[in-house]
Design a protein around this ligand. Structure first.
Ligand code: S3P
Length: 169
């Protein structure tokens, strides 16, 4: 039996950093599978994340997220993209130590542009720009603390970002 390895790269960063798109490009370039913890949670729950937030609450979602990340770190040897808030959990940060964690950094303007003003993401209801600003302010130091590499995504295509991840990691 082959033991599952470690993810080849774990992408962290805020909504709008392009984690899902860059993960897809890296997966194709390296010829490995891509996993996304948001998708794992939706598949396990059989409902979209927005619905989980509304019907069961954010705390419930975060519990499922901790489990999904632990499972993926343990069993997936391709590229792994984490939801933007996954690193808020201390046990998750601990579990990331020793992994090839890449922080896809994004500034406020590009994040707002990419997420779109009409975002369906539950944490952005209300004023998208001010919500994103608050999330970036609060979380940037956390992303930096878990990452071994930071890649700037402002003004760059997902292809350019994926190329930099490949040459730097
Ligand atoms: C969240 C980010 C989302 C998703 C959920 C909460 C966050 O993932 O997990 O809406 O707390 O930043 P993406 O970063 O993939 O959009």
């Amino acid at each position: 039996m082959t033991r599952p390895g470690r993810p080849r790269a774990v992408l962290v960063g805020p909504m709008g950093a392009g984690k899902t798109t860059v993960a897809g490009l890296l997966g194709r370039a390296w010829g490995v599978d891509v996993r996304d913890t948001d998708e794992d949670i939706e598949a396990a729950e059989g409902r979209p994340i927005a619905e989980i937030f509304v019907d069961s609450g954010e705390a419930y979602f975060r519990e499922r997220e901790v489990e999904a990340v632990a499972d993926a770190l343990d069993s997936h040897d391709g590229v792994l993209a984490l939801g933007g808030g996954a690193v808020l959990d201390p046990a998750t940060r601990e579990a990331l130590v020793g992994h090839r964690v890449v922080f896809l950094r994004v500034g406020l303007s590009d994040a707002v542009k990419r997420v779109g003003l009409g975002s369906a993401r539950p944490l952005l209801l209300g004023n998208v720009r001010s919500r994103i600003k608050a999330l970036l302010d609060e979380r940037t130091p956390i992303y930096e603390s878990v990452a071994v590499v930071t890649v700037d995504t402002d003004g760059r295509s997902a292809e350019e970002v994926a190329d930099e991840v490949r040459v730097t990691l």
